[in-house]
Design a binder for this molecule. Structure first.
Ligand SMILES: C[S@@+](CC[C@H](N)C(=O)[O-])C[C@H]1O[C@@H](n2cnc3c(N)ncnc32)[C@H](O)[C@@H]1O
Length: 335
């Protein structure tokens, strides 16, 4: 047997172009989420954004690992090159049933002729309601085609919305938004994910959904017990929720951290300042995260990210909530 460390890295896939049809939110979040999920598999991927709703990645990343967990893209799949469907794509479309879906972002235009021309080329069996695969067409000044699997992208967000859970608290954030924080952390299937201010467990639920092993911490026993109830209702594999102060993390090693820190409006800071909480979080995280791994923090924009030599700020996104509050998502990488 060759020791793993001595064998050369094996890339199972050759680079291809993946198309992301981004959801329409007017923030950088949809594109950033797509990039994070691609780079988690392939750090050397290259990206183009030919339209505000279209991102193209040239990458070895497997779209099957992305389509099942991405929150802010409507479609993900192998792009059809300018010269038309290749033999593999035609085989995929002809193997089972398919549909052609057109997303027309132009001011006006008709797609009937385009659809019938492409359907003639494919032949095969069409199923508009339950297709195995879809030929996605995004029409801008330019047309983009990709072979996608929308049925793998269904997320059932409503079943996990805050009011549908066993335990509710007004500080709970919505599943789709929680998912994007988890995705920014780049946690992989089977890895340990920590939310050190877990509240009702919104991020823990999404981490479990993507196949990670979540662990939560909350200072208040009612929140720790409540998030445990929520996890029991929805999650298969999870490590537990600890009632503790995150100032002294009761865990030795985790693979990724994402959290929504308290700032005393609807969530308690237990007498501490949000700035101090952020500072302690960064300090404690440096001892439980390996170099290169990520800490994702949602905090008020008015709060500066505490300086720390152990972390570099990789990216930030701002989301206006109301007149007085803009939330910021900061992605930090352990240096
Ligand atoms: C903004 S809420 C989290 C809400 C959560 N994202 C959700 O969707 O349910 C912040 C949580 O941090 C907890 N908390 C405050 N100070 C803490 C500390 N020092 N250590 C651990 N948890 C703390 C609060 O009890 C509260 O539940």
């Amino acid at each position: 047997l060759t020791p793993r460390s001595l064998s050369p890295p094996i890339s199972r896939r050759s680079a291809s172009r993946l198309l992301f049809f981004l959801s329409g939110e007017e923030t950088g979040i949809p594109g950033a989420e797509a990039r994070a999920l691609v780079k988690a598999q392939d750090p050397t991927a290259r990206f183009e954004i030919p339209h505000s709703r279209v991102l193209i990645a040239t990458t070895t990343a497997d779209p099957a690992k992305i389509e099942t967990r991405i929150a802010y893209s409507r479609r993900v799949g192998g792009m059809v090159s300018g010269s038309g469907l290749d033999a593999e794509q035609l085989k995929t479309l002809r193997r089972g049933t398919y549909a052609i879906s057109v997303f027309d972002l132009r001011e006006k235009g008709d797609s009937k002729r385009l659809v019938s021309r492409v359907a003639d080329e494919i032949g095969g069996r069409v199923s508009l309601d339950y297709p195995d695969v879809e030929l996605t067409v995004v029409r801008t000044k330019e047309d983009f085609f990709a072979v996608t699997r929308p049925s793998s992208m269904k997320q059932d967000w409503v079943t996990r919305k805050p009011r549908a859970r066993a335990f509710f608290h007004p500080s709970a954030i919505f599943p789709k938004f929680s998912r994007v924080l988890v995705n920014f952390s780049r946690v992989d299937v089977g890895e340990i994910f920590l939310d050190p201010f877990c509240g009702t467990g919104s991020l823990l639920l999404e981490a479990a959904e993507v196949g990670a092993l979540p662990v939560g911490i909350d200072l208040q026993s009612k929140m720790a017990a409540g998030s445990s109830r929520n996890m029991k209702k929805f999650a298969q594999d999870w490590l537990g929720v600890v009632r503790a102060d995150s100032k002294h993390m009761p865990v030795a090693r985790v693979d990724a951290i994402a959290t929504d820190i308290p700032y005393g409006r609807v969530s308690s800071t237990a007498g501490s300042s949000t700035g101090k909480i952020f500072q302690n979080l960064i300090k404690e995280s440096s001892s439980i995260l390996a170099i290169g791994r990520r800490l994702v923090v949602m905090h008020p924009k008015s709060l500066d990210v505490p300086k720390d030599d152990d972390f570099v700020v990789e990216e930030q996104h701002h989301l206006p909530v109301h007149k007085k509050l803009v939330r910021t998502i900061t992605v930090l990488r352990r240096a």
